[in-house]
Design a protein around this ligand. Structure first.
Ligand code: NAD
Length: 505
């Protein structure tokens, strides 16, 4: 695809697009709103050179880590496999960047769509070099069998590639994850000195980058859900205080926060795929100083994706959700870890907040704070027989016309890691792309996006935003935001869905 426009310039290294952003400024005058449309000029500059990228996963030997690594290798080497349903080809279904399309315009009256990945130059996932850590020493072939996610025949075909991959020893603070994880922790960096731990992880990152001749590395936490650390401004509040707390091996410094600090100090962006409060203010300051991104929290895979769609549909239709009752039956190691109350609490928090902004937006349905307090209940039960095929059972009760009720009972089988792996890939590819984009507002100096990469909220259950910026949970708004950003950077027109060119030529 090539854009021909006077507002877009391209040379060997950069694509620059000029974009007039139209917004509406609202002023309140008593009980009236005064709407003032305005236009702000932005320039987006994208470095079109594709770097050699390495990814280090924390929790590499887990269900997500092995499924992602094996799935990408299956695609890279075009490995086919057999099951009772026949012969299967590898694909990237479930990946926004690889398997979804974006409308770029109309040809006569026909709408034209291209793959998301073709709008701006992006890294090919098959070119990513993977590495990482796990507290379990199993090589990735054995870890994939333990996970019981991938079909047996594919496991066998991937074995020669995966058995050579062994996670680095990791830091293990048993107080932060469930006690039932202790029996797999045979690959642990010794000692209790958190500064030494930080330095070892930093060295691991530097060695990985150098040994694989990489231009950049991104770190992603897909290890067990930790309990929340007891956040305290004196411990976690600034970069300096955080580093001091690490130096004194403070008990409220979690393993995930050590990894986040190590990433920032090595100039790598960090993504948190679990719900806990890893990205404390001190981490954000370290990332800011290093010019890297942080993003989180918790992958938005099956049930939450559905929930944010359904609630958006109801509220958008003027129907009032009054209760959401969610049951989860989980049989994988994630479920085992979440069976401990402290870890469950982290998950409950991220699952519960996901519809708040959708309800808050509609003051017709929810005129008071009290009414916003709907009955939103989360239950997670560890049922080993369920394996990685998580069962999500949700009841949605909504109030309709004249006091009537509409109830949905939804049964959703989420093959957890098969949904999570392509989503993790998208997080990595988009984070890498956003590291190559700069913008200028009203002819100011070019700058990078804010440190907390809330552009990725489509992929996060409890999206973290820059301070002062409200979080958007609506899936369609999150997706439109991403789609529009890449279109704007490419110099394409954003679609407002009026379709006037089709209706009136
Ligand atoms: P998993 O239990 O199979 O894998 C986690 C791995 O992390 C394990 O191999 C474990 O040994 C390792 N680990 C634990 N502590 C570690 C540490 N300090 N350092 C290095 N490794 C460590 O879990 P999973 O199904 O792969 O999920 C991973 C995380 O992603 C969980 O926190 C889960 O809640 C989160 N998540 C998963 C999904 C999904 O759909 N699969 C969705 C949202 C969030």
């Amino acid at each position: 695809m090539k854009v021909q426009s006077t507002t877009t310039q391209q040379d060997d290294h950069f694509l620059i697009s000029n974009y007039d952003y139209k917004s509406t400024n609202i002023e309140k005058n008593g009980d009236k709103y005064i709407a003032k449309p305005q236009i702000t000029n932005f320039k987006f500059k994208t470095d079109t050179r594709i770097p050699k990228v390495g990814v280090m996963l924390v929790g590499w030997g887990g269900n997500n880590g092995t499924t992602l690594t094996g799935g990408i290798l299956a695609n890279k080497f075009n490995i086919t496999w057999n099951s009772r349903r026949g012969t299967h080809q590898p694909n990237f279904y479930g990946s926004l960047t690889q398997s979804s399309v974006i409308k770029i315009g109309t040809c006569n009256t026909e709408e034209v769509f291209v793959p998301f990945k073709d709008v701006l130059p992006m890294v090919n996932p098959c070119d990513i070099v993977f590495g990482g850590w796990d507290i379990s020493s199993m090589n990735l072939a054995d870890a994939m069998s333990r996970a019981q996610v991938v079909e047996y025949d594919l496991q066998q075909k991937l074995r020669p590639y995966l058995e050579k991959l062994v996670p680095l020893p990791s830091i293990y603070y048993p107080d932060f994850i469930a006690a039932n994880q202790g029996d797999r922790a045979d690959n642990v960096i010794p000692g209790n000195n958190k500064l030494e731990h930080l330095n070892i992880i930093r060295k691991n990152i530097a060695d990985f980058k150098q040994q694989n001749n990489l231009d950049k590395v991104i770190l992603l936490w897909t290890a067990n859900t930790e309990r929340f650390c007891v956040e305290d401004p004196n411990i976690h509040g600034t970069a300096e205080k955080l580093l001091k707390s690490i130096e004194s091996s403070h008990p409220e410094i979690s393993a995930s926060t050590i990894f986040a600090c190590a990433a920032c100090l090595e100039g790598c962006s960090f993504i948190n795929g679990s719900p806990q409060n890893t990205i404390v203010p001190g981490v954000i300051e370290l990332a800011e100083k290093a010019g890297v991104f942080v993003a989180g929290d918790d992958f938005k895979t099956g049930q939450t994706k559905f929930k944010t769609c359904l609630v958006e549909y109801l509220v958008g239709a003027g129907i009032k959700p009054k209760a959401i009752i969610s049951y989860n039956h989980l049989g994988n190691n994630d479920g085992k870890n979440l069976s401990q109350e402290s870890c469950f609490k982290s998950k409950e928090r991220s699952k519960k907040t996901c519809v708040d902004d959708i309800l808050e937006s509609n003051k017709v349905l929810y005129p008071t704070e009290e009414e916003l307090n709907i009955d939103h209940t989360i239950v997670i039960k560890y049922c080993p027989e369920t394996g990685d095929s998580k069962k999500a059972m949700d009841e949605y009760i909504a109030e309709i016309f004249l006091g009537g009720r509409q109830t949905f009972a939804v049964y959703n089988v989420c093959e957890d890691s098969l949904l999570a792996a392509p989503l993790i890939m998208d997080l990595l590819l988009l984070c890498e792309l956003f590291e190559r984009i700069q913008f200028s507002k009203d002819s100011s100096e070019y700058q990078r996006f804010d440190t907390v990469l809330s552009w990725l909220s489509y992929l996060m259950k409890a999206p973290k935003s820059e301070s002062g910026i409200t979080t958007i949970n609506s899936l369609s708004r999150q997706r439109a935001m991403l789609e529009n950003l890449v279109k704007v950077c490419a110099g394409l027109t954003i679609d407002d869905n009026l379709r006037l060119e089709v209706r009136y030529g």
